[in-house]
Design a binder for this molecule. Structure first.
Ligand code: PAF
Length: 279
């Protein structure tokens, strides 16, 4: 496994690959867990070579505290990647990516950016768009792998690829969960014991909301979820929304031909957790 911190050196390596080599890319912010590894393993199966990037992107954080406290476990990350035979790892510094201008570009994702996370994390998707576009330019992957836990991010990246005519296939990957149902996230490591114990309540409620959606309308299900969280003092519901999978617009009336998903963001202490379920 080769590790590169400089753009020029990883580009040189990628350019030196035999013509036609397929490159699978898994962009990450490090603090790797089994969810990331499942993406790497899938990328390994579907490509000649796998590149993983580890970069905690400052422009996508709306809360300074979240950026400063984001877990950084580079040695463990590299050992884990080596154990699954990752080929190349890109670990740039913020200066390498942004020079001395740590700023996002401005994107128009046709409104996807204004829903859910976009309402609560101002500028977040401009930051994500900026870094993912830059990483795609550097790595020039054939396919790039994204987990469905960040479903809105996934739809936004797909939109960016279409709008900018980028030559990369975006591969959505199922959410990887702990045994008790909690969606895997680098942030889980920062939960207190108490919050970790209660966190599976999030997915349990999503699963029940899916059942409730069989007999109730969207507004009734939302009210049901809000009530469930009122009974749970250790978790604070930020939003629960049910939306069309493609447009991410909230459901008005149920339509059999559309695909819907329920989305949730919850604070467990000061750790923000998100999850979603297909309805
Ligand atoms: O999902 C993430 O970990 C990040 O948003 C990503 C895609 C690596 C961009 O920084």
């Amino acid at each position: 496994m080769l590790v590169f911190a400089k753009i020029k050196s990883i580009q040189q390596k990628i350019k030196s690959l035999p013509k036609g080599t397929t490159v699978g890319f898994v962009p990450t912010m490090g603090a790797l867990h089994q969810g990331h590894i499942s993406l790497v393993e899938r990328a390994k199966k579907e490509n000649d070579l796998v590149v993983v990037s580890i970069f905690v992107n400052p422009t996508q954080f709306d809360r300074e505290e979240d950026l400063v406290n984001y877990p950084k476990t580079i040695d463990a990350d590299l050992s884990l990647l080596k154990s699954v035979f990752c080929d190349l790892v890109f670990t740039p510094t913020a200066e390498e990516i942004y020079s001395n201008n740590i700023k996002s570009a401005s994107f128009n994702f046709d409104g996807l950016e204004h829903q859910m996370e976009g309402k609560f994390r101002l500028g977040h998707f401009d930051g994500v768009g900026t870094i993912v576009k830059r990483l795609f330019e550097i790595v020039t992957p054939t396919k790039a792998y994204f987990g469905e836990k960040d479903f809105q991010q996934l739809q936004i990246i797909k939109k960016m690829v279409v709008k900018n005519q980028l030559h990369v296939k975006i591969v959505p990957c199922d959410i990887f969960r702990e045994e008790d149902g909690l969606a895997m996230s680098s942030r889980n490591a920062r939960l207190t014991k108490e919050h970790r114990n209660i966190a599976p309540f999030i997915f349990k409620t999503l699963k029940q909301a899916k059942i409730e959606f069989g007999t109730k309308n969207a507004l009734e299900v939302m009210q049901w979820v809000e009530n469930e969280f009122k009974k749970q003092p250790l978790l604070e519901l930020e939003y629960f929304e049910m939306a069309d999978e493609e447009t991410l617009l909230p459901i008005k009336t149920k339509n059999k031909t559309q695909k819907y998903r329920a989305f949730i963001a919850v604070f467990a202490g000061n750790i923000r957790l998100i999850d979603n379920i297909s309805l």
